[in-house]
Every structure is written in C-alpha cells, then in structure tokens.
Design a protein around this ligand. Structure first.
Ligand code: XMP
Length: 513
C-alpha cells in the first residue's frame, strides 16, 4: 500500500482518487500522526508528500520523520512536499518575493529521460498547474532537474537512484492533463500491480467500521438517497443488528418513494428501520409559509426534532453514521488561490452528533460520488437505485413555489411520475443530471372537450451538470416535449398547461426555490 502524508493541501484527496483510478490502494494520514513507529508499522511501498499551506522556512513547519528517507521506497513530493524534501535533504527554499506562481504553466524537459516522465513531453512541453508561494532555490545533493518552466527552474527534480521525486506543480488536478500518466509511472516504479478494486475497498471499509464501532450500537439517518443508502447497507454488512436506521418521512417525497425505501431496507435487506411518518406534522407547520428560506429552516428544524426523538429511543447508541462524501466536490479554479476544493455539504443532521453526545461514523468520507455508486453496486444495490437523480433534502417543498398545500403536492407527484416515466421510456434518464416538475402558483384558463378549465400550470425542468454547481437545460426534442405535455394534461387532473424551463445555471438555479 501507498502512504500519502498530508500536509494540509486542499487537493490531497484528489491524489488518492488518482491512485484509486489506477487500482492502487493508498491511505492518507496527517503528518502529525506519521511517526517513526507508524512508518515501520505501515511499511509503505511508496510515499507521497502532499502540498500544504505552510512554509518550510518557518520554525516548526510540518515535516515527515527522517526515517522516511531510509525506507528505500520511492517518494514523491508535491509542491510543499517538494520543498520539504529539498529542505530535509540539503537543498534550499526561499520565500517567493515576486516568484509566487498560481495557475497554468508549461514545463519543458531537461537533462534527458527518467522513468517518472515516460509518456511526457511527447509534444515538447506539458501543461501543469502551479500553486506555490515559496520556491526551491537550490536542489539537494543527488538531485537533478528534469523539467523547467519560465517561472519554475526546478519544476521537476529527481534523484533517480534513490527514486526520490519532487515537483513544484500539482499532477493530481485536471489542469495537469497528463497527470494520470505521471502517477501511473510513479506507482509502476514502486511495484504496484494495480489490482486493488472496489470489492477490496468494501472489505477494508467493513473492517474499519468494525474496529471503530466494536460492540456499540449505531444510528443511521436514511433518506433513500444514494449516499445514505450506501452508508446504511455498508454498515449493515459490517455490524448487522447493531445498526438502526431512522427514516424521517416529511411527506414531501415523490410518488411511492417512502414505500420503496421501507420495502427495500426493511424487507429486502432485513435492516432495523424506524419509519417516522411525520407528514402531518411537517405539512401543518408549513401551512402559510411561502418564503423558500423559511421553508428550508422549518423543515430542517422539524427534521432534527423528529430524528432526535426517534434516536433517543434507541438504547445504547453511541455512534451516528453519516453519508458524508469527501466532496460533493468541485475542483475549481480560483484565480487568487490556485486549485481549491469547494465542499457543499447537505448534512441533514448537522450539529446533531455533539448535541446527542454521539460519535461519528463516516465510511464514505474518502469517496467521490461516482465511487460511492461503484461501492453501492459492489454492495448489491440495484442499478436503478444507484443511478437515481439527486433529490434535495427539503424535497417537493421547494418544487411548489409559494404556499404548499396537500392538493398541490398530490398534483405535483402525479405530474412528476408521468414526466420521469417519459424520460425513462425514451432512454434519457442517465443522460440527465436531474429532472423534475415544479407546480406553479398560477391557474390558467384552458379548454378541454367542450368545457373551460381553470387549473394549475407546471414547469418541467431537466438539466445536465457535472456537479450541480453549473448546469445546462437539457435539449429535449419538440416531439418529446409535446408528447409529455399531452400525457401530463390527460393523466393528471389539476394541470392544464405545461411549460419547459430553458434557463441554464447560472443565471438560474436548478430548483425553482
Ligand atoms: P440549485 O437549485 O441550488 O441546486 O441550483 C443545486 C443542487 O442542490 C440541490 N439542492 C438542495 N439539496 N437541500 C439539499 O439537500 C437544499 O436545500 C437544496 N437546494 C438545492 C438541488 O436539487 C440540486 O441538485
């Protein structure tokens, strides 16, 4: 296994992800925990030093134990990791007066080929992503420069004999397009066969959960979404009946959804599941509320109340499981700060663990969404379930602009079911990031048969997106839209007009509220 020593870079998890893509098993450990004893016990086959915000020039800056250099295994230092390696091994690092560099740069080869750069420089130079303040001003004895850029004379440095490599840029971000090759060369050199799989991840995750939880009882909030479902099934595999799931049903779910969740987890998986059917409570409390933020706050508050009430009934619970993903991430580029990770968290039970005196179990913390899906697949969750579109915590409440009534919710559920059915029938579901109907707070006049109608209008929404942060409306054919509108009007009493929302995000948002 490979050890990543984390010096606090925002993109450390991306290194891990690149390695998993190469089917290499790695673990990230914060530098504080990496002691001589730890290293001896871990016995890594290779080590990567991540980047980080510190400056090696400062007294007490984070360093790995010296013994890491005596392991005889390949070491790769990235950005701050490069500076650490240089400073530790006899080179020099200086403050970046005017030489700080953030963003795209082009590196050219120097001093011939090394294995690490196999498949690099085929076109002369490589685009890389720089993000550093300090810079190396003299390389350590034994090292040689193998790549330079106008602002980074020591962009790539290496001591091929000892297999120590140190680079100033971030090969793990996608602004270094050939970064995967770079990592592939590194792990091949370290002797990894690339035979690690999601199946192995599952076994390791299960072992970790057992070690963490012991004989204690765990509570898991289950929403029916992919993340909480995978968390629950994984925990159930690990600890069986020591797990109780709490499903807070706020009455704002889609058609048949609550029943599907109960059937799947209670009947199919045989899990202990508390179905807190609190539709009446939520809908009563939401009466007269039309402001979107008040809706969200009301739902959030009630959700926590109900969850807490149910969880308190579970005797001996010591842990709370959460389907926190490493990111709902976005690798974004901010012009001032280089690569950064924006984390959007939708923790429905945020703040609860402290309040209830529970410890956290977060078995998906290291994974990205597509990896969670792969794990779900590994755990036997049906593909139709794993591939479901995201659904917001406040549910249909934010798809009923204005005041929520039971009548509107009922109409919305039916229209949404027809729309999704249409999308599935036309084989478009997996091409779309999210699709839903919003029922509009207007009634319009129509004519059906010989009579006048005065019913609600609805808007169909469908977008493509990578991460939900930006989105384009989906370009349905006119035939599809026409057929869907006809079906909704014929099959759903209460709607007599259908519109299609062609706003992208920005300037729109995906949801209507
Ligand atoms: P917007 O509407 O902000 O949505 O473009 C982006 C993504 O976030 C979801 N969303 C929410 N999810 N609680 C959630 O758990 C919320 O309050 C919320 N609001 C929006 C939305 O469905 C889309 O996937």
């Amino acid at each position: 296994r490979l050890l990543i020593i984390d010096f606090g870079s925002q993109v450390t998890q991306l290194i891990a992800r690149r390695l998993r893509e190469l089917s290499v098993y790695c673990e990230i450990h914060p530098y504080q925990n990496v002691t001589d004893a730890f290293l001896a016990d871990f016995a890594p086959k290779a080590v990567i030093f991540s980047g980080g915000p510190a400056s090696v020039i400062d007294e007490g800056s984070p360093r790995p134990p010296r013994s890491v250099y005596d392991l005889g295994v390949p070491i790769l230092g990235i950005c701050y990791g490069q500076q650490v390696m240089m400073a530790d091994l006899g080179g020099k690092v200086e403050r970046g007066h005017g030489t700080a560099e953030f963003g795209r740069a082009y590196v050219e080869p120097k001093n011939g080929d090394i294995d690490l750069l196999f498949g690099w420089f085929l076109e002369g130079k490589e685009q890389v992503w720089m993000s550093h303040g300090d810079h190396v001003s003299a390389i350590a004895p034994g090292f040689e420069v193998y790549g330079t850029s106008p602002n980074a004379p020591y962009a790539i440095t290496a001591d091929p004999d000892r297999r120590f490599f140190a680079v100033q840029f971030h090969p793990e971000v996608h602004h270094t397009p050939n970064g995967a090759t770079f990592y592939e060369n590194f792990v091949r050199m370290a002797g990894f066969r690339g035979d690690w799989t999601m199946g192995a991840y599952r076994d390791e995750a299960i072992a970790k959960i057992r070690a963490q939880v012991g004989e204690s009882h765990v509570i898991c909030g289950l929403s029916g979404g992919v993340d909480s479902s995978v968390t629950a099934v994984l925990l159930h595999e690990a600890i069986g009946d020591q797990l109780t799931c709490v499903f807070v049903d706020h009455g704002l779910l889609r058609q048949n959804e609550a029943q599907e969740v109960v059937t799947m987890f209670r009947d199919h998986y045989n899990m202990k599941l508390i179905h807190a059917d609190e539709a009446e409570l939520f809908l009563d409390e939401l009466e007269g509320v039309s402001d979107p933020e008040v809706k969200r706050k009301t739902i959030g508050r009630l959700f926590i109340d109900v969850f807490q009430r149910e969880a308190n009934k579970i005797e001996g619970a010591e842990f709370l499981a959460q389907g926190t993903l490493y990111p709902d991430v976005i690798e974004s580029v901010s012009f001032s700060g280089g690569p950064s990770v924006t984390i959007k968290s939708h923790h429905n039970v945020g703040g609860l663990p402290e309040k209830m005196g529970l410890k956290l179990v977060e078995p998906l913390r290291e994974l990205f969404k597509d990896e969670v899906r792969a794990l779900g697949h590994e755990l036997g969750l049906p593909a139709s379930f794993i591939g479901r579109h995201p659904f917001p915590g406040p549910g249909l409440a934010i798809r009923v602009p204005g005041e929520i009534t039971r009548e509107k919710l009922e109409i919305l559920r039916k229209a949404d079911a027809v729309y999704i059915d249409q999308i599935r029938k036309h084989g478009l579901y997996d091409e779309i990031w999210q699709a839903f109907v919003a029922i509009l707070p207007v009634r319009t006049v129509g004519v059906m048969g010989d009579g006048r109608t005065y019913d609600y209008a609805c808007a169909l929404r469908a977008v493509t997106s990578v991460d939900g942060m930006t989105a384009d409306y989906y370009p349905f054919s006119h035939d599809f839209l026409g057929e869907t509108a006809t079906r909704i009007i014929n099959e759903v009493q209460g709607i007599n007009r259908v519109t299609y929302d062609i706003t992208s995000k920005p300037p729109g948002t995906i949801e209507w509220e």
